[in-house]
Each structure stands twice: as C-alpha cells, then as structure tokens.
Design a protein around this ligand. Structure first.
Ligand code: BG6
Length: 507
C-alpha cells in the first residue's frame, strides 16, 4: 500500500467514543505499519477544555487496551504529533483561534496545506460545521484553485461518518450542503464495513477467479442472505439508538454496501470511479417495495428482558411505546438481467444469539436429482452453499455434496479458507486503511452520493407509515440470545427457505 500524503487531520468530535476507541487506535496501527507520512499532524477539536498533554494521556490508555502489541516508543512518535484545541465548531467566533492553530500546525508539521477534516460528531452538526468551514475559506481545492497543476496544489477533503441523513430527503439535503463547499471527489462518506478485509476480498473472490462469475446469477443462485447479528445490546447509546433503529443504523448503510458488492457487475477496471459506478447501478436496480408488500417483506423486533439484562423497552430513555426496532430483516430484489427475481435477505439485530457478520450465497439444487431413490435416506439434494464470514472470524466456506463411505449415500462436506491462518495476520481495525485511503485520495471504498441516496430509497418503505402495522406488533417480541422474532423465521418460511443460523461453536 502506498503511504499517505502529508496532511493535517482535524477530528471534530475529539471527545467522542469513535475518536478514542476507533480513530486513534487505527492511526496508531497505520503508523506502526509505516503507512502514515512522517508529516502527519492530528488536531482534535471539541468543546471540552483540556490540554494536548491531557488528551494524549487519555488516548494512550485507550490505545493500549485496543492494540494487543502496543509499543511505547511507537506511540511516543505518534503522540508527539497529536494536539487538542477546545472550540465549538458551529460557533463562528471560535474559528479565528482554530484557524490560527491549524495554520500553525500545518506550517510546523510541513503538511503542505493538505487538510483532512473528519466529522466525528452527531449528524445534526454536519451542516453547521460545513458552513463554518466554508466561511473560514478552508475548502479551496477544485472550487478555486483548479487552474493549478495538481502536483502543486494542496488538497482539502472531508470525511463524513454515518448516519448520513435520517431519510431519503435529509440525505439529499446534506449532499447538497456538502456539494456547495466541496467537490464530490473531496467528499469521503465513510463506512467502516468497507474497510473490513473480507468485504473487499468479495471483489477478489468474484473477479479474480473464473469459476464463480459464470454461476453468479439468477440461473444458479437461489437466494442470498446477509446477516450482521450482534450479541451486545444498545449499551450506552440509547439516545442515538432511539432516533435511529436497526434499519438506519445497519441496513441502510453497511448491509446495503455488502449487498452492492455481491450484486454489482464487474467494473471495467479497479479504479474508484468504475467500482463506484457499478455499485450505484446495483443499488439503483433495487425496486422500492410497495406498501402492500411491506408486511410480507419485513420482520421487525425489539429484544425483551432476559439473561440478566433489561429489555429494550425498559431502558431509561426509551419511550414506553417506542417504535424503534432493535432487529430488522428485509427481503429485497435486484431488478436486472443478472438477478431477476432472486431474493436478497438482509438481517441484523442487537442481543442476538452471537456476533456474526456473513454473506450466504445459496445455490439452486442440481436440475436433475440422479441420486433420488439410490440413497437410502432418499433426501433431496441440497444446493451448494458459499458462506463468506466477515466477523468475528474471517473465513470462506463452500459446501458441496460428496459420497459418504459405505453404501451409496450423498453427504454434504465443506472446504474453506480461514484468512487469519492462511495469511498469518492479525485483524486490522477497519478505520485505519480507510483513513490512509482518504489521505492518498483513493475513494474506491467510500460511498458516492448516489449510493447513499439509492440505499435510503430502498429502505424507506420499511421506515415510513407503510411499516406501522409491523412496528405495532414488535414490542419485546424476541428473547435475548435468540435469532430474532418468530416473524423473521416466518418471512423465510413463506418463501420456503430458512435462515442460516449456525451453532456458536461452529468450526
Ligand atoms: C456501527 C453501528 O456502525 O456498527 C453499531 O452504529 C454497530 O450499532 C456497529 O454495533 C457494528 O460494527 P462491527 O464492526 O462491530 O460489526
């Protein structure tokens, strides 16, 4: 991987959880891997007054916890380039001092005017902060300096976290607000799932092998399941979660992105523009489910109390008749020649049986069952199944039929690869490579405006009034530690299918 350009990384929302638990440990890992430029400076901005020294101390203890091979001297090298400035980024009066500090760090750190602005704040602050960035005259690339040779001009980029908007309309409005200040090529809509190794390796599996692509279509594939189950509950994010719910938190963002990687056509080449344009087309081909079909295409749930924990509805801060789902399963299709009528089932939830993120590609059974009547147990042959596990293990397994020893009997067997064993590497925090990509100007793993808006369009029927009937029935409808509500099993059963629910100890 090519190292990042020199730059000043400004993190708005420096006191937040994301900064200390994810961003700084990721930067530390990237620094250890030699992927950050020696001229990288980090400036954390938040309202709470504290010194750079104090902030470094806080960050160090969190980084130690998150990085098993923590090295004091490596940390000291990075920490010397980490700074803090107390300011309210939505108040114009605070920007004078902030701009001065940014200028000072840029000059002393030899950042060459390159600026990476990371919005790690609540979504309601995105637009006001972008407005202040514009007023401060910080976004100059593209808009004003386009006559300069790219090698001589500095860049200014903005990284925006999810949730990107609250619905289709607010996402489009946020895109317009960002577009008034930054060019699309300077806007990095981050989705940490795209930084996960196995999500990226989906593209290699599909397009660097010749055996999968010919069968990767509705003629051979019966359906696709994408699951992101979590064993933890909503923890200390109740306020955020009450406004958000599982569909907005996971399906609109991470899971539709994984679906786009599974469904997209091969890009002409491996460039950001080509990859993103194929993803845009795949998401665009998802038809909007009609109001009448919503109850048939969706199951929503809220976890009840159990195994020593409170149910979602009992948590302080949750409205007594809360309509926020902690579990969602939906059925979508991709209306194009490759996928015609092939269902994609997407499922996610809190406090489920286990932490597991996976894609299951279920192939159709053989057209003719030669072994019917020959096998003693006379079972119908199962189709092949490709399981791509993304977390917590990174494994890919293909199930196929084999002859069992002895009398003629067909039995399923599996072959697979475990990435950690195969490549002998530890899992890297997904934000690290994404931050380095943003510093290198590579947008391949960031979402285009149209992908975000298309994903909102696809999930809106499950969020708006069309979903009310399903929402009214979801109060405490699944046990913690289960695979979700009965309605989720019924969703699959109606189509004659079942979820892939492996036992926890599955090898
Ligand atoms: C975040 C969601 O985007 O992803 C969280 O806001 C969720 O609710 C998390 O827990 C899951 O990420 P991961 O990487 O642990 O699967």
């Amino acid at each position: 991987m090519q190292p990042a350009d020199p730059c000043l990384l400004v993190i708005f929302g420096a006191s937040g959880d994301l900064t200390s638990r994810k961003l700084i440990p990721s930067l530390y890992q990237m620094h250890c891997a030699g992927l950050l430029s020696g001229a990288t400076q980090v400036l954390g901005v938040s309202r709470r007054p504290k010194s750079s020294e104090d902030w470094r101390g806080e960050l160090k203890s969190v980084a130690q916890k998150h990085c098993p091979t923590f090295d004091d001297s490596k940390w000291a090298e990075l920490a010397a380039r980490i700074h803090y400035f107390a300011a309210d980024a939505v108040k114009q009066a605070d920007w004078e001092g902030l701009k001065r500090e940014m200028g000072r760090l840029d000059e002393s750190g030899k950042c060459r005017g390159n600026l990476l602005l990371f919005l790690s704040v609540g979504p309601e602050l995105y637009e006001p902060i972008v407005e202040q960035i514009e007023l401060a005259g910080l976004a100059t690339e593209g808009k004003r300096w386009c006559s300069l040779n790219p090698a001589d001009r500095s860049w200014q980029r903005i990284v925006v976290e999810k949730p990107f908007g609250h619905d289709e309309v607010s996402a489009a409005s946020l895109n317009r607000a960002l577009g008034r200040v930054f060019e699309e090529e300077s806007i990095y809509r981050i989705d940490h799932y795209l930084g996960k190794e196995v999500v990226q390796s989906l593209l290699v599996l599909r397009f660097a092998n010749s055996i999968f692509e010919p069968v990767w279509n509705h003629r051979y594939i019966d359906h696709v399941q994408i699951t992101a189950s979590e064993s933890i509950g909503v923890e200390d994010r109740i306020g955020f979660y009450e406004r958000t719910g599982a569909l907005r938190d996971m399906i609109q963002s991470h899971m539709l992105q994984i679906m786009a990687f599974v469904a997209m056509e091969p890009p002409t080449n491996f460039s950001a523009d080509h990859i993103r344009s194929e993803k845009i087309k795949a998401i665009d081909a998802v038809p909007v489910v009609s109001a009448a079909s919503v109850p048939l295409c969706c199951a929503l749930g809220q976890y009840s109390s159990g195994s020593g924990g409170a149910g979602y509805a009992e948590l302080p801060g949750v409205a007594p008749q809360s309509m926020t789902e902690t579990f969602a399963a939906i059925r979508l299709t991709v209306d194009n020649w490759r996928w015609a009528r092939t269902p994609f089932y997407l499922r996610t939830g809190k406090r489920m049986a286990q932490k597991r993120t996976e894609v299951v590609v279920q192939f159709k059974p053989p057209a003719a069952d030669l072994f019917r009547g020959v096998c003693p147990d006379d079972a119908r042959l199962e189709g092949n199944r490709l399981v791509i596990e993304i977390a917590p293990l990174e494994r890919t397994t293909l199930r196929f039929a084999s002859k069992a020893p002895g009398a003629m009997r067909v039995a399923p067997v599996e072959m697979g690869v475990d990435y950690a064993k195969e490549f002998a590497t530890a899992t890297v925090e997904a934000y690290g490579p994404l931050l380095v990509d943003a510093m290198r100007g590579d947008q391949s793993l960031f979402k285009h405006r149209l992908e975000v808006e298309g994903a909102w369009k696809a999930v809106m029927p499950f969020l708006n009034e069309d979903s009310l009937e399903v929402r009214r029935a979801m109060h405490s409808n699944y046990e913690p530690g289960s695979w979700g509500p009965a309605s989720s099993t019924e969703l699959m059963a109606r189509d004659g299918r079942a979820w892939h629910n492996p036992p926890k100890s599955s090898p």
